[in-house]
Design a protein around this ligand. Sequence first.
Ligand SMILES: [Zn+2]
Length: 169
Amino acid sequence: MMPFNKELLTKATEIIGGEDAVKLVEAIRSLGETTDDKIAIETGMRLNNVRKILYRLSNYSIVSSTRSRDPESGWFIFKWRLQPDQIEGYVQNVKKRILEKLKTRLKYEEDHEFYSCSNPSCKRVVFEDAMELIFHCPECRQPLKHFDKGKTVEILRKRIEELKNESGE
Ligand SMILES: [Zn+2]
């Protein structure tokens, strides 16, 4: 198991479930293995909301539950606990998804030529569209000039390299 990284856990939790999820994780950390109704009491959150977030977090393996039968009532009891050893895997997954997106974006940049007016609030236009527009910006009607994508491509390549290094690819 990797060393417990509180900051990483909080960040991942917030992305997945927002502030309520962070509160919930804090509660489980202080209570230890616990039930949803105890978490609801600890956080002051509604039980339905607590359950919703617990299932969401369990989909990402941030929390896990064990099921047992209450000997008195015969009902199932779910006990929840943190699974911080899974966080690193989650972060790696997110990084992988970002990497894929960046690669797609880079390919798009490499495969196209772009044209733009000098207006920073207008969007770039790909060559084929620029031709159809007779090289005039569809938004401000200013003439379109060839857009130097060199910087964008460079930034994308650099970020892709960084992510690949971080993931040990
Ligand atoms: Zn324009």
